[in-house]
Ligand binder design. Structure first.
Ligand code: NAP
Length: 203
């Protein structure tokens, strides 16, 4: 499961657990992006904080594992590099699913070596309630669509952006993310300052 996780919240956790159950996954490996390829460095909270929050949020689930590989790898965190590593480690016979937000997958044709990537793994796109499924079919060729499954998380409509804004406005985030993550954000004073959110289009 790939993401910036800035911060991780119950939408991510419910999505991961639902994907594990529906697709009979042996485990779900959370891979926080080190340097998200399409975001400027100053737009993203330092990786050590995002990693700490992912560790706190996933600790109680024995099927959840956290990988630091994208954080440790220098340069932009390209998904193709990560999936290649898993293929090298686990061989060709294992099914590998890259789980992330459906809106991120919508942009997959701009990702590095995307034609190779879609052959190396399948994708699970987590959608929010009301997601327009036509968006994907309008944007991506059928050879890509057949490698993508969508998974709607019916009851939850939370985003990291909303969490950051709530903290900045002094509003509570309890029950939107695990208590340990709320406490970490408060202790470290994260998200109190407004920051630039515009994306630079560099993938
Ligand atoms: P993003 O653009 O910040 O997020 C797009 C949408 O997807 C947001 O609504 C986001 O909600 C949601 N989302 C992101 N991760 C999710 C997850 N694990 N589960 C459910 N929803 C999720 O996306 P991002 O986090 O930076 O990137 C997503 C993944 O795609 C990362 O692993 C990133 O490395 C990869 N990626 C790779 C390339 C490349 O290889 N060139 C380019 C772009 C992205 P929240 O804000 O609430 O999470």
């Amino acid at each position: 499961m790939g993401g910036t996780f800035d911060p991780i919240h119950y939408g991510h956790l419910i999505g991961a657990e639902e994907a594990r159950f529906r697709f009979r996954l042996e485990k779900v490996i959370f891979v926080p992006s080190g340097q998200p390829p399409h975001k400027k460095e100053y737009q993203v909270t330092p990786a050590r904080h995002r990693l700490a929050m992912v560790l706190l949020a996933t600790a109680s689930n024995p099927y959840f594992i956290v990988s630091t590989e994208e954080i440790e790898r220098p340069g932009p965190s390209y998904t193709i590099d990560t999936i290649r590593n898993y293929r090298a480690r686990y061989g060709d016979s294992l099914d590998i699913y890259f789980i992330t937000g459906a809106d991120a997958i919508l942009e997959i044709s701009t990702w590095k070596e995307n034609e190779k990537l879609v052959r190396l793994c399948r994708f699970i796109g987590i959608t929010r309630p009301g997601y327009d499924l036509n968006q994907l079919s309008h944007r991506l060729p059928s050879s890509y669509l057949e490698r993508i499954d969508l998974l709607e998380i019916p009851t939850i409509d939370i985003s990291s952006t909303e969490l950051r804004e709530r903290v900045r406005r002094g509003e509570p985030i309890r029950y939107l993310t695990p208590d340990a993550v709320c406490d970490y954000i408060a202790k470290e004073g994260l998200y109190r300052e407004e920051r630039e959110t515009e994306k630079d289009g560099q993938e």
